[in-house]
Design a binder for this molecule. Structure first.
Ligand SMILES: [Zn+2]
Length: 278
């Protein structure tokens, strides 16, 4: 528990990702120290041959380390085996085959590249208005959710990481219809919306997505959320967890999803102190 609420971090990377800075064991030790109930490892799995990290992820080795950690931390910490898939539509069939052949507790769908360019990189923004640049990004997110491949939409509005430095303050207003359509697709496919706190560390000024879009998710009937820090370093584990939980609760979402091999259990985000006070 953190702040008297059920506490998870469902976007965590270890040295089983090319850019992780700590082992699975080190992240688990930090999770115990903080009082996390569940830690969800979501290592990067990339399919783009142009990506230098494409061959890095090793499923067998990862599974072995998860098993070892489950034995060591048995009864003290729940450990989920997840993956963060970089989605680009031309790899969709390859991703589908991969997921059919490998087991995970949670599968995150992420968009980092659009039109084969890092989203909002200098090359990407060249000649595009802010509207065009964000619209293309949301088109790619829409495709990722239409694929039906993912349990969770990871870091929606990640484009802001570089979009804010490129275009200045982000105005979500022009994208409401696009976001409504994406959320409609997710609700039909049973996908979960992640509140990712890395935006607060990246200087975007808000979580991914911004609170307006969490509110839109709730207005459209979305109740299932996940919370993740995108920690690559134990120092960032569960960073701003209570901020993310507060955003959910302010918008009428009082539970976070616990995922295990296809099952989902809602867990309370309401502080135990508030429950006993009622
Ligand atoms: Zn990511």
């Amino acid at each position: 528990m953190i702040d008297g609420r059920f506490a998870i971090d469902y976007q965590v990377h270890s040295t089983r990702s090319h850019d992780g800075l700590a082992t699975i064991r080190e992240q688990c030790l930090r999770a115990l120290e903080m009082g996390l109930d569940e830690i969800g490892f979501t290592e990067h799995k990339d399919f783009d041959p142009a990506d230098p990290a494409v061959g890095y992820f090793d499923y067998a080795c990862y599974s072995r380390e998860i098993e070892q950690a489950r034995e060591e931390f048995d009864g003290r910490l729940v450990i989920r085996k997840g993956v963060e898939i970089d989605y680009q539509h031309w790899f969709e069939e390859e991703i589908r085959r991969y997921l059919d052949a490998h087991e995970f507790d949670l599968v995150l769908g992420s968009v980092h590249y659009v039109d084969r360019m890092t989203v909002m990189s200098p090359e990407y923004v060249q000649g595009k208005s802010a509207y065009e640049a964000y619209r293309r990004y949301f088109d790619a997110v829409a495709q990722s959710m239409e694929s039906g491949l993912f349990d969770v939409l990871a870091h929606l509005e990640y484009a802001n990481r570089r979009g804010v430095p490129a275009y200045g303050e982000y105005d979500p207003a022009p994208y409401t219809q696009q976001l409504s359509d994406i959320f409609g697709t997710m609700l039909r496919n049973g996908a979960i919306l992640e509140i990712n706190t890395a935006g607060l560390r990246h200087g975007a000024g808000h979580c991914y997505p911004c609170e307006q879009h969490v509110s839109l998710w709730a207005q459209l009937g979305g109740r299932e959320i996940s919370i993740g820090s995108d920690s690559h370093d134990p120092a960032d584990l569960a960073a701003n967890y209570t901020d993310a939980a507060d955003i959910a609760c302010r918008n009428g979402i009082f539970e976070v999803c616990s995922l295990s091999e296809g099952t989902r259990v809602p867990r309370s985000l309401v502080r135990s102190a508030d429950v006993t006070a009622v």
